[in-house]
Design a protein around this ligand. Structure first.
Ligand SMILES: Nc1ncnc2c1ncn2[C@@H]1O[C@H](COP(=O)(O)OP(=O)(O)OP(=O)(O)O)[C@@H](O)[C@H]1O
Length: 256
C-alpha cells in the first residue's frame, strides 16, 4: 500500500532523513518510534505528500502521495488536533468529507462519535471538550473521511498517561472495525509496541549524545510485534509485552 525507496529529505542546512526503504501492507498498523528530531515527522509528511523528498520515491497504492491526498485516500491526525473552534464536534467530523466533495453523512459522523466515546457531546464546540475528547474528534474525522491510509503523528502526545492508554485501546478497536492502513509516530516505546503489527526504530548517529547533530535519521531496526490481537490494557502487564518493549528500547540505545 505504501512503498518508499531510497528516500532522503534535506531541509536547507539539515539532513533530516536518509536511506529509507519501506513497505507497508494494506491494513497493516506500523508504528515509528525514535528520539526527538530524528526525522519521524519528516517521514510521515513525506509519505503524506506534505514534504517533497530530496531523493527517492514514495507511492501510496501506486500513486504519488499528492494524488492520493487529493483523492482523500490519506487521513492525517496530528498532535495539535486542528479542529475548527466555531464548529460542533459533528460538524468538525463532516467537514473534511464536505471539502472532499463527498456526502458529509452526519448520521455516520454521529455513529462514529458514539463509537469513539463521545456520546452526548456531538453538538459540543471544541472549547467544551477535554484534550482527549478533542483528539477523539480528530480521529473520528480522519476515519469518517473514508481514507484508506491514516498517518498519525504523536496524536496522544499531549494526553495524560491514563487517557493515552485508553486512546490506544480505542484506536485499535476502530482499526479492527475499519481496517485502515496506519502509520503511527510516537516517542513512547510501550505505545509503539502495544499498537503495532510492526515497529520501526528511527535514529540518527549521535542521538545518544544530544550535543552531536547533523546526521540524518535512518530506520535502524524493525520488529514484528508478537502479541496476539485483539489487545487491551491487560497486555501491559504481560511478560511478552515487557520483553518486546525491552527489545525496542535496546535498539533505540544502539544495542542491535
Ligand atoms: N521545515 C523545516 N525546516 C528546517 N529544518 C527542519 C524542518 N522540519 C524539520 N526540520 C529538522 O529536521 C530534523 C528532523 O525533524 P522532525 O520533525 O522530522 O523530527 P521528529 O523525529 O519528528 O522530532 P519530534 O519527535 O521532536 O517531533 C530536525 O533536525 C528538525 O529540526
Amino acid at each position: 500500500m505504501i512503498h518508499a525507496e531510497n528516500l532522503s529529505v534535506s531541509y536547507d542546512d539539515v539532513d533530516a532523513l536518509a536511506d529509507v526503504d519501506l513497505d507497508v501492507d494494506e491494513g497493516e498498523f506500523v508504528t515509528v518510534v525514535g528520539p526527538s528530531g530524528c526525522g519521524k515527522t519528516t517521514l510521515l509528511r513525506t509519505i503524506g505528500g506534505l514534504q517533497e523528498p530530496t531523493t527517492g520515491t514514495v507511492t501510496v497504492d501506486g500513486d504519488p502521495p499528492e494524488v492520493a491526498q487529493s483523492a482523500a485516500r490519506l487521513g492525517f491526525v496530528f498532535q495539535d488536533h486542528t479542529l475548527l473552534p466555531w464548529k460542533s464536534a459533528v460538524e468538525n467530523v463532516t467537514f473534511l468529507r464536505r471539502m472532499a466533495g463527498k456526502d458529509p453523512d452526519p448520521a455516520g459522523a454521529r455513529d462514529l462519535l458514539t463509537t469513539t466515546g463521545l456520546d452526548g457531546f456531538e453538538d459540543a464546540r471544541p472549547s467544551e471538550l477535554s484534550g482527549g475528547m478533542k483528539q477523539r474528534v480528530a480521529i473520528a474525522r480522519a476515519v469518517h473521511l473514508g481514507a484508506d491510509v491514516l498517518l498519525m503523528d504523536e496524536p496522544f502526545g499531549e494526553l495524560d498517561e491514563i487517557t493515552r492508554d485508553e486512546m490506544g485501546v480505542e484506536i485499535l478497536r476502530l482499526w479492527r472495525k475499519n481496517r485502515k492502513t496506519v502509520v503511527f509516530v510516537t516517542h513512547s516505546v510501550p505505545e509503539a509496541v502495544f499498537l503495532g503489527d510492526r515497529c520501526l526504530v528511527v535514529a540518527a548517529d549521535g542521538d545518544a549524545d544530544p550535543a552531536a547533530n547533523g546526521s540524518p535519521g535512518r530506520i535502524v531496526a524493525e520488529f514484528d510485534i508478537d502479541l496476539s490481537r485483539p489487545r487491551d490494557e491487560s497486555v501491559f502487564g504481560s511478560e511478552t509485552f515487557g520483553a518486546q518493549v525491552a527489545r525496542v528500547r535496546g535498539a533505540l540505545h544502539g544495542d542491535t
